[in-house]
Design a protein around this ligand. Sequence first.
Ligand SMILES: [Mg+2]
Length: 414
Amino acid sequence: MRIAKIRATPVTVPLEAPLRHANGCHWGRFVRTIVEVETDDGLVGLGEMGGGGEVATAAFKGLERYLIGHDPARLEEMRFLIANPTASLYNNRTQLLAALEFACLDIMGQAWGVPVSEILGGRLREKVPFATYLFFRYANARTGKGEVRTPEQLAACAKDLKAKHGFTSHKLKGGVFPPEYELECYRALAAALPGDRFRFDPNGVWSTEQAIWFGQQIEDLRNDYLEDPVYGLHGMRRVREKVRMPLSTNTVVVNFEQLAANVLDTAVDVILLDTTFWGGIRPCVKAAGICETFQLGVAVHSSGELGIQLASMLHMGAVVPNLSFAADAHYHHLVDDVIEGGLMKYEGGAIAVPKGPGLGVRLDREKLGKYHELFLKLGGYPYDQDPLRPGWTPLVPNERWADPDDARVPEIES
Ligand SMILES: [Mg+2]
């Protein structure tokens, strides 16, 4: 079995409302590159990447010369072929490798008649629990709905998502407004859902002293962890000395070198594994093994997925014994998906691990065409810009916060 073709299709799928974060905004939509790897015997494996608002079509095209004729089962060979660690100083293809790894595992699963989780060691759970992923949101310009800016709106949004999907762990993405205001919001969220668990993530945008202050203000709550309060292992270590709750990261431990550094001089308690950032599902499983040995916590990071990437997260979550927290997913903010059957369903706050061969998801060609057309119409978007603050550049640590009283609605299409 050999790789015969690689197709990459950019798609744009609308979100309920624009999602605000410390560096800018998802402008009412996700832009993702859907990858199809076809073999000479007609199997098609699926991959996906994106997150930054732009497409990677040309980058996948450029890899055809490496991969046509390659055996999709030889994944370690593929790693060195396109993501050799020293060659990567010039051509960093980690995320491309990840999408291709999903596709090759999908092919292997189809060829062997087993789900990807069975190739990865076998599933330990049939469903993966998820947290609500709560964002401050602008209202949708078309519907006028979806704004999350005030503590009341945040609590209402969380209650609604809990009622709809059954979440019992709730994550608030902060770093948008002044920390004092976000503290008020986070405490309102906790007060609205007694007995549940909470986590806060300002995307590493605070100073160490701000982070220590915020962490100390929430010590009485039932926190899963405080995620990336500052940027950098040394800052995290300083926060960890003074705040009594686990710290987690998806920014400063995203490869094996950093994981080793964190084991030797611990700064972070919980590692959020991202099947894209780490270069595939298999490196995440490997990293989870190291975390198991050193008894670091493990959770699943979301880089803004459609159903293919979500399937990669589900198969990973199914086989990692030490998955100690609910996973993150932006998924419930989407209005549709490009896979057959539409959006996967949450039940009791969890999503079932697909049972079909390979990743267990197939493309809905009509939807793929529809959302490709939408991409052609709207193009990419600047993930690291705020539509209502043109020219704004956040610092690290930041002090250029958004104004919580600003209720304007950005006129953006989605
Ligand atoms: Mg994060």
